[in-house]
Design a protein around this ligand. Structure first.
Ligand SMILES: Cc1cc2nc3c(=O)[nH]c(=O)nc-3n(C[C@H](O)[C@H](O)[C@H](O)COP(=O)(O)O)c2cc1C
Length: 314
């Protein structure tokens, strides 16, 4: 039977399938066995309590949803006292996601989250409706380097940086995060979007802009993972549009060491564990002994000469 374990730096995950921050909570335990997941990823926590964005916070499109939740939460103290113990009822590593619009506060928050119960701090530097100096630092390589460097100084925990697909040159952002000391990069957060209602001419979301999630975006994020994997040495967690085991394989072939899954869990709450089962079966049926052998194993030695390609027929 295939060994599904993967390593992200010094941390071993029993399999590469984790939930995506904000699209998951410990309450999924009512439906699936959380102990089967590669990791448990909590919703992004901010230091102070936040109400989140004005409603409506979600809207449907033809090919997915756009959402602007606005990181509501009860703040760090509530998180540490009430939410961390809920996650600690389960065995997979706990990955806590955090965010701030202010780099100094972000560093304090990171330090406060660096308690023994927490295995990884994931810094959400890619909230799509914020700007480059106000939370969405990962639109700009200098801001990425600066904020990740501050967070690196604030914690000895593995530090994963969640990047934005809205950056023009994601490779340079991933390199900046690596240079600043991130142990892994999560690619990616959501795509900045706008939906306008034709009945009243108003934006469909209360916050005007939202982040789009859709299986249709998967090839774009796979491309980003592939391009970044060619340049960065730290592991990549691929996130975007995964709905089935073959999507996990695709991300891993592109260079991801693990994946995050959000949207698929909305459509089918047991998707995460079904995907693990299917990934195991997929590997076993092909005699793959270690799922980690798939990482970066894309066979991209292609004939790129257009004249030769043209002579090869269809
Ligand atoms: C309702 C909703 C809330 C989200 N909240 C967060 C969040 O708090 N922090 C974060 O880093 N990403 C958040 N995301 C982004 C997801 O973690 C993930 O990057 C994105 O949904 C793409 O993955 P998917 O296609 O599997 O959903 C959220 C996504 C959705 C749909």
């Amino acid at each position: 039977m295939v060994d599904l374990s993967v390593k992200i730096g010094d941390l071993t995950l029993q399999n590469p399938v984790t939930p995506a921050s904000g699209a998951f909570s410990w309450e999924y335990a009512d439906i699936i066995d959380l102990n089967r997941l590669g990791g448990l990823v909590a919703k992004t926590i901010c230091r102070e309590p936040r109400f989140g964005n004005p409603t409506p916070r979600m809207a449907e499109t033809e090919a997915g949803i756009i959402q602007s939740i606005g990181l509501p939460g009860k703040g760090i103290n509530y998180f540490l006292e009430n939410i961390v113990p809920e996650y600690k009822k389960f065995t997979p590593p706990l990955i806590v996601s955090c965010s701030s619009e202010d780099p100094e506060e972000f560093a304090v928050l990171t330090k406060e989250l660096s308690i023994p119960e927490v295995d990884v701090v994931e810094c959400n530097i890619s909230c799509p409706t914020r700007n480059t100096t106000g939370g969405n630092f990962s639109l700009n390589s200098e801001h990425t380097k600066s904020v990740v460097g501050k967070l690196r100084e604030a914690t000895d925990k593995p530090l994963w940086a969640k990047l934005s697909p809205n950056a023009g040159d994601l490779v340079s952002i991933a390199l900046a995060a690596e240079e600043a000391g991130a142990d892994a990069v999560c690619i990616a957060n959501t795509f900045l979007s706008l939906k306008i209602r034709t009945d009243n001419f108003k934006p469909a979301l209360g916050n005007k802009y939202g982040g789009m999630v859709s299986p249709a975006l998967k090839p774009i994020v796979v491309r980003m993972v592939y391009q970044c994997a060619k340049e960065v040495k730290i592991p990549i967690i691929g996130i975007g549009g995964i709905t089935k085991a073959e999507d996990v394989v695709e991300y891993m072939l592109a260079g991801a060491s693990a994946v995050g899954i959000g949207y698929a869990g909305f459509r089918n709450p047991s998707a995460l564990t079904s995907i693990i089962d299917d990934l195991e079966a997929w590997c076993d049926s092909r005699g793959i002994e270690r799922v980690s052998d798939l990482i970066g194993a894309v066979d991209d030695d292609m004939e790129m000469d257009t004249l030769n390609a043209a002579s090869a027929g269809v």
